[in-house]
Design a protein around this ligand. Sequence first.
Ligand code: B4P
Length: 318
Amino acid sequence: MNPELTEKIAAKYAKGVESGDVHFSQSDCKKLKDPKTGAQYMVTHAPSLLKKPERGDKETKNRNPFAEPEPELTVCDDLYDLGKYKLLLNKFPVVPEHLLLVTREFKPQISALDPTDLLTSYRLLQDLDDDDEQIRNLVFYNCGAPSGSSQDHKHMQVLRWPQKFVAFQDRLCSGKDHFIPDMRTEPLQDAKLSFAHFVVPLPEDEETVDEDLLAMTFVSLLQRTLTFFQDWSNEHPELQTGYNVLLTRQWMCLVPRSSSKSSELDIGFNATGYAGLVLVKHEDVWNKILEDPHVVDRMMLECGFPNTAGTSANEYNY
Ligand code: B4P
């Protein structure tokens, strides 16, 4: 925990909301349990997002908001003096103090995370999390069009984790030691869930977490993620590469994505959906999810790929 940084963020956020530079959306939240998989969902209903001020505006659509970010939203112009990242407030948050870690130089959102992206994200989690106060954060990266990303300039996002929320990744990693998946060892995958996902627990001893460890873990998960696109490209040549990266101090998870939106209900998912944090804009979708929480798991499969638990990378690759 780094009080200097957390206080700077809180002050900038309060000022941004007051001046109207940050457009906070009010929402209702409900915690649900999927009776078939046991997964927890935190479903957030934010109908005012349908009227997002800048949506649909042609000029704004063509503008890169991260090329010259608004000073009112800029928390750090050069985070950790690395010459590589700006730390910005999200202009349209649903959760207070939602942050964006944006590359100073333009890089495409389809590029993979590099070792510095990973270590800077991890360092940010260390600075923002507070175990005594049970404050925890999620870093996520929406890579490629099917992942739910809407901006092409490379950016990771940092979102405060809901209190007392246990994601399937937490259950999967509970009591497990860190390992780097290889030819003989597969990443963790919950066989009860319908969709493919690859999870690795991170070391409890944070001193041992460095660029190499994070990069090797990431690459091992990315290899498995990309096999889906190689395997499916003959039958589905239109398929674009896309995946989500989710990182907490406890685990790293990658999810291959086939589509950003579900056709079963009018809803799109970014990485947060694959932690069970489901953002809903339409009232009828909210009601349908409350009635039948398992619909979320079906939509996760529709927007992802089938679960491969119990199969080795070689088997599902060829
Ligand atoms: P992307 O990676 O491109 O897309 P996204 O987060 O999925 O957001 P999207 O724009 O599709 O918003 P949505 O209505 O689904 O990220 C781009 C980010 O840049 C966005 O977060 C956007 O708000 C932000 N941005 C755009 N212009 C900006 C500017 N000028 N300055 C600073 N930031 C700018 O979702 C609405 C919001 O809810 C998003 O912030 C989204 O991240 C967040 N959200 C999604 N799921 C959530 C969940 N389950 N819980 C809480 N929040 C959630």
